[in-house]
Design a protein around this ligand. Sequence first.
Ligand SMILES: Cc1cc2nc3c(=O)[nH]c(=O)nc-3n(C[C@H](O)[C@H](O)[C@H](O)COP(=O)(O)OP(=O)(O)OC[C@H]3O[C@@H](n4cnc5c(N)ncnc54)[C@H](O)[C@@H]3O)c2cc1C
Length: 404
Amino acid sequence: MIESICDYSKCTGCKACQQICPKGCISMEKDALDSLKPAIGSGCIECKKCVGVCPNNNSILFRKIIKCFAAWSSDNSIRLSSASGGVATAIYRYCIQNDIFTAGCRIDGDGRCYYIPIETGDDIIACQNSKYVFSDTNDIYIRYKKELNAGRKAIFIGLPCQVAGLLTYLGRDYDNLTTVDIICHGVAPTEYLRQHIVEVSGNASKIFFRDPAYRTSKYHFTLYSQYNTIQYNKSVYDNDTYQVGYHKSLIYRENCYSCNYARPERISDITISDFSGFGRLKPANMGSENINCVLISSSKGEDLLNLLFGTIDIIERPVEEAIKFENQLNFPSVPHIRRQAFTSNYESYHNFERAVRYAISQQLNNYHIKRILHVNEIQSWLYIFMARLIPRQIRHLIKRHIGK
Ligand SMILES: Cc1cc2nc3c(=O)[nH]c(=O)nc-3n(C[C@H](O)[C@H](O)[C@H](O)COP(=O)(O)OP(=O)(O)OC[C@H]3O[C@@H](n4cnc5c(N)ncnc54)[C@H](O)[C@@H]3O)c2cc1C
C-alpha cells in the first residue's frame, strides 16, 4: 500500500486522487484540525495514479494575464443577488442555453458545500453567491472527463486549486474545455461551519455569507429557517465567531496559507473576483459595488468573454489595477497572529466556538464596542489612507512580521 500521496500540509482537498483511483480505495478523512485529507484504504494496488494526478506533485502551467475588465450582469436582479457582478451566473446561463456542460457549488443548511452539475435555472440559483467554506468536488472531475471525451463543450468554474485538480485529473489539453477560477483567500473546514450553525441557531435550511437582502457588499451572514424566516443575522463587522475567524484569516485550512495559486499568473483561461481596486488607478464613473474583475489569460478566455456580449456590461481596465489592490493576486493569506492559539486549542477540544474565543476574545469584544462607536468606518478610511502611503510590498512585510 502507498504510504502517502503528497505532502499533506499542502493538500487542498481537491479529491483528484480519490476520483482517479481505479479501486475506489481512497476516502477523505478528517485530520487533527478537521480538514479533509485523503486516506488510502485496503485494496490499493500501488498503481500510483493518485500520486501522479495530485497537483502538488506536478508542475503547474501558469499564464500571464493579458487583459483586465470590470464587468457586471446587464440583468440588475442577477447582479444584485451575486457576490460581485454576476458574471458567474451569466456564464451558467450561457451554458444552459448552448448545451455546454458546467458545474457549481451549492450549500446545504448543515454547512456542507459541494459541486453539482448545472442543468436548470434552479441549479444556477443554488450555486449563486460566495460560500466561505470548503467545497467538496464530489465526483465532478469524472463527469467532466466523460462529457469532454464525448465531444461536449464544457466550462469549469471553481477555486484555483480545484481547477488545478481538474487539469491534472484530465491529464491533457481539451480544446472543448474553458476554465474559470475564482480568486480565493482561503476556505475553512466544513466542521467549523457545522458547529457554528448548531451553536447560533440549532439548524438552518438556507445560508448566506453575503445575503443579497442586505446588499452583498455588506457581507451579512444569515441563516434562514425552512419557513424562510431569518433565524440568525450578523454582519461581518459584528462579533460572529465564524465571520471574524474567516475574514481575519484565523480559521482556514492549513494549505491556504501557502497557496500556490495566490499569484499574478493564473491557472485558468479567465479569473473572476470582486474588484477592490476599481477606479483606484484610473478614474471610473461608478463605484466598485457589485462589479466583477475579469482577468483574461488566454484566447479561449477572450472568446468566452465575447460570447457573453449582450448579457454583461464590460469596461477594459489596466491589468495593474487588479494586481495592485488584490492581495490574492500577490501572496497567500497571512495567518492571524493568534492562529497557533486557535489550532492548539481546537486540536485539544474540537470545539470551534471555544477555540475562536480562546484565540481572539479581545478582538471579538472590540468588534462590539467598535460597532457602537462607528469605529470601523473611521478605521477603514485610515486604512485606505495608509494603503496609499505605504507600498504594498512593505505592508506585506509588516503583516508577515506582526500578523494581521
Ligand atoms: C471561498 C471564496 C473566497 C473568495 N475570496 C475572494 C478574495 O479574496 N478576493 C476577491 O476579490 N474575490 C474573492 N472571492 C470571489 C468573489 O466573492 C465572487 O465569488 C466572485 O467574484 C464571483 O462573483 P460573481 O458575482 O460572478 O458570482 P457569484 O454568484 O457571487 O458566485 C458564484 C460562483 O462562485 C462559486 N462558489 C461559491 N462558493 C464556492 C466555494 N466555496 N467553492 C467553490 N466555488 C464556489 C459558485 O459555484 C459559482 O461558480 C471569493 C470567493 C469564494 C467562494
